[in-house]
Design a protein around this ligand. Structure first.
Ligand SMILES: *Cc1c(COP(=O)(O)O)cnc(C)c1O
Length: 478
């Protein structure tokens, strides 16, 4: 809408007419230089957007004086067009420095991959591969074989399948094993993960019928037992991976649920969420059952993410008994949820790191960050504090604080990892503006804001990123 506050738009016509036409831009040597680098669509589109902004600014100006002050000189217009071109051509998906300390940050891409996985993806994706070709027989092969065998050998599972993500894995398993039938779940496990993944909704879409048993805080074996009837197809257990009910609670163990399933000839499916292959309790992290331990209970099928505690690419891993996995593999939806070769290359190479568990804790980035001793973080933080104090003492207060890094990503709820952070209190600007400048720096730095301070947790910052972090802080505080 045009706001011309008592002024006729015609008054502004001379200002509008003074704006150069697109053709005039295209004849300018600077624009011709852009056209050597970028497509005509990009350049012309950028010119049009800038000119539209100017036009609107003139039309919305309160009076002629204000209209006259809107910059329409060539240098100004050319600079604005150049900036618009750069902004438009810049990638949308960008590397960021995660200084939040949240290891599995869902919004920041969850698990960074191990160097060997990156190298392998480059090798496989940059050329041709035996993706669906059997090198022994010279015939057509299956893409799933590349990770099935190693998953079986590492975990002891009878059969394995990998799909696009764990939400897809749960959906596919429910649809394959219980379409048109009933699935019994504890009320305490009807979770929502990240807004769009809710167990009741996924269940409905899969065609299975949800039967809730027990209460929010307490569910007993008899609750499941009483709900079993001739329409029951499956008993489901969902890992409550992003919250915990405390106090007067009771949950049926996977072992007891498996025994109940066996007694009634019903399969048991567990959605583990963030399945981990390595016991992290020696590193001071609360004991969670590993994938291998879950399988030892005799559970029929389990699902978990490839990019949570496993530390690989986004994937949904399904392990379990061959007779159920065969049903899942035969489901036509499997084709719709299949993983691509980049994921396969990243996953297979990540899995190969697990041939040696101690090395896995060292070489898989998420495990390395989770198990990083606080003394090491303290040394890094002290070094950064010295550099910041030396360079920026006049613009910022720099303190070290004891804090907690959340693991995040729906993994290890309530598990905090003791850490040391840099706490910045800018002296010449606001915390909000410093946070924004860091977020808009290159590469963007994402930090935590807490009680009037910017907190930088180096747990999730690679040592190779420290120099960039320091430089971006310097610029943001100038
Ligand atoms: C994270 C999670 C999911 C979804 O996994 P994605 O890999 O994000 O699709 C499903 N169930 C549980 C319990 C989870 O923690």
């Amino acid at each position: 809408m045009m706001k011309n506050r008592g002024m006729e738009p015609e008054d502004k016509q001379p200002y509008l007419r003074a704006l150069p036409a697109v053709d005039e831009f295209l004849r300018h040597s600077q624009i011709q230089a852009h056209l050597k680098k970028y497509s005509k669509e990009l350049v012309v589109g950028s010119i049009r957007r800038i000119m539209e902004q100017k036009r609107q600014a003139i039309l919305n100006s309160a009076n002629l004086q204000e209209a006259a002050s809107i910059g329409v000189a060539w240098e100004e217009l050319l600079a604005a067009v150049k900036e618009e071109i750069t902004k438009t051509a810049r990638p949308s998906l960008r590397r960021v420095i995660n200084a939040t300390g949240v290891v599995l940050h869902t919004n920041l891409g969850r698990a960074p991959l191990a160097p060997e996985a990156l190298q392998y993806i480059e090798e496989i994706a940059g050329g041709y591969s035996n993706l669906e070709f059997d090198l022994t027989s010279g015939e057509r092969g299956s893409r799933h074989e590349h990770v099935e065998k190693i998953l079986r050998l590492i975990t002891g599972a009878e059969s394995a399948l990998v799909v696009n993500n764990n939400a897809g894995a749960v959906f596919l398993a429910l649809n394959s094993l219980a379409e048109g039938k009933e699935v019994i779940v504890s009320r305490g496990q009807l979770v929502e993960i990240g807004g769009s993944f809710r167990i009741p909704d996924v269940m409905k879409k899969s065609g299975a019928q949800l039967v809730e048993v027990g209460t929010t805080n307490r569910t007993h074996l008899e609750d499941y037992e009483r709900a079993i009837n001739e329409r029951t197809a499956l008993l489901l257990k969902v890992h409550t991976s992003n919250f915990r009910v405390l106090g007067f609670t009771a949950e049926v163990s996977l072992k007891d649920l498996v025994a109940l399933g066996q007694a009634n000839g019903l399969p048991v499916l567990e959605d583990l969420g963030s399945g981990c292959f390595v016991d992290l309790s020696p590193y001071g992290i609360a004991k969670e059952p590993t994938v291998q331990e879950a399988l030892e209970t005799g559970v029929d099928v389990i699902t978990f993410s490839g990019d949570k505690l496993l530390g690989g690419p986004q994937a949904g891993i399904i392990l379990g008994q061959k007779k159920y996995l065969d049903l899942i593999k035969k489901n036509p939806l499997n084709r719709a949820l299949r993983i691509d070769k980049l994921t396969l290359a990243g996953l297979e190479s990540t899995l190969r790191v697990y041939w040696n568990h101690e090395q896995a804790a060292e070489r898989i980035p998420v495990l390395n960050m989770i198990t990083c001793p606080v003394e090491k973080l303290e040394r890094r933080v002290k070094r950064l504090q010295r550099q910041l104090t030396r360079d920026l003492a006049s613009s910022c207060q720099v303190k070290i604080r004891e804090e907690i890094s959340p693991v995040g990503g729906g993994a290890l709820p309530l598990q905090g990892l003791p850490t040391r952070v840099i706490a910045l209190r800018p002296l010449k600007t606001s915390v909000a503006s410093l946070e924004e400048r860091l977020r808009k720096s290159d590469p963007p730095v994402i930090a935590r804001v807490q009680e009037g301070e910017i907190l930088l947790d180096l747990r999730t910052v690679a040592e190779s990123e420290e120099k960039e972090l320091l430089e971006n802080l310097r610029q943001a505080l100038q």
